[in-house]
Ligand binder design. Structure first.
Ligand code: GDP
Ligand code: MG
Length: 280
């Protein structure tokens, strides 16, 4: 039963693609892979075709030019939903996201999560061989987005995630306009605002060993600008919602007998499960 599509966006990942795809296929026997290549000058797209010719578990989406991570994922999601996959996974093609941890993420989805966030900044997660500068940038980015948008998650910029098909439809992913890091923040924010069940599962993020990062100052500026604007424009509705939530929790606790047995035991070992209190 192939119910899961792992979407791997690539731009100049020729040194990484063979290894990452074989590790993904070995890690789980329920997954297909969709490589979304933006006409990489180094020939990653041709290599992806060769890999796809060798196994029906790999498919390739070729796009004409580099147009950003967000665009690549939107195209991958559209393809995967059209094909009928139940779970759609985001995973980098440079080896930073370990395919061996995919079963942990899928277990949380199987247990009922709509969205699983692979998280570096919860207990058990980390980015041990990351340069201090990148680590600080990532933590600061997550912290800022959490504060500005009122998100309770530790890692909102990460790109190792599982989305249930219905969650993507609920998020209306096709109208997400951000690229880069901001794409991940906007997806997490929309999932939260849509009251989906969101779980963080610890991951160990490994810095790439081959090729170069496409991270740029423009990506950081986009994220800070958009998050700041959303933070201000969304503030009134957030305050209203918090007030409504607080009053309904108050009303419920009066009726409650203190028994939490109606809450789904979402993921045995998950350190941080959010949205279990009747969200959806
Ligand atoms: N298709 C596509 N993939 C991209 C693009 N930009 C980055 N990627 C891929 O997205 C993944 C993460 O990018 P990376 O450069 O490693 O970013 P970093 O991990 O933040 O340094 C890698 O697999 C890249 O090849 C893009 O514009 N188009
Ligand atoms: Mg990377």
């Amino acid at each position: 039963m192939f119910d899961t599509l792992v979407i791997v966006p690539t731009y100049n990942e020729i040194e990484n693609l063979t290894e990452i795809t074989s590790r993904i296929l070995a890690a789980s026997d329920r997954v297909h892979i969709l490589v979304v290549d933006d006409n990489s000058p180094d020939g990653t797209g041709q290599l992806a075709d060769e890999l796809a010719a060798a196994t029906s578990r790999i498919r390739v989406l070729h796009r004409l030019q580099k147009s950003g991570l967000g665009d690549a994922y939107r195209a991958g999601f559209a393809w995967g939903l059209e094909q009928g996959y139940q779970f759609l996974v985001e995973m980098d093609g440079d080896g930073s996201h370990r395919p061996e941890q995919l079963p942990d993420l899928l277990a949380a989805a199987d247990a009922g999560a709509d969205v699983v966030l692979g998280s570096r900044w919860v207990t058990g997660g980390g980015a041990p061989n990351w340069a201090l500068r990148r680590s600080i940038l990532s933590r600061a980015g997550s912290f800022y987005a959490r504060c500005a948008l009122g998100l309770p998650y530790r890692d909102v910029t990460g790109g190792y995630r599982v989305f249930r098909n219905t969650a993507l439809e609920r998020i209306d992913y096709a109208t997400v306009q951000s690229q880069g890091y901001c794409f991940q923040i906007e997806m997490a924010w929309r999932a939260h605002e849509s009251r989906l069940r969101i779980v963080e599962v610890p991951i160990q993020f490994a810095e790439r060993e081959n090729g170069t990062s496409k991270m740029s100052m423009a990506i950081v500026v986009e994220a800070v600008t958009r998050v700041t604007i959303w933070g201000f424009t969304g503030l009134p509705s957030r305050l209203v919602r918090n007030a409504v939530d607080a009053s309904s929790v108050g009303a419920r606790s009066l009726e409650d007998d203190g028994n939490d047995s109606d809450r789904a035991p979402l993921h045995g070992g998950a350190p941080a499960a959010h949205g279990l209190d009747g969200r959806r």
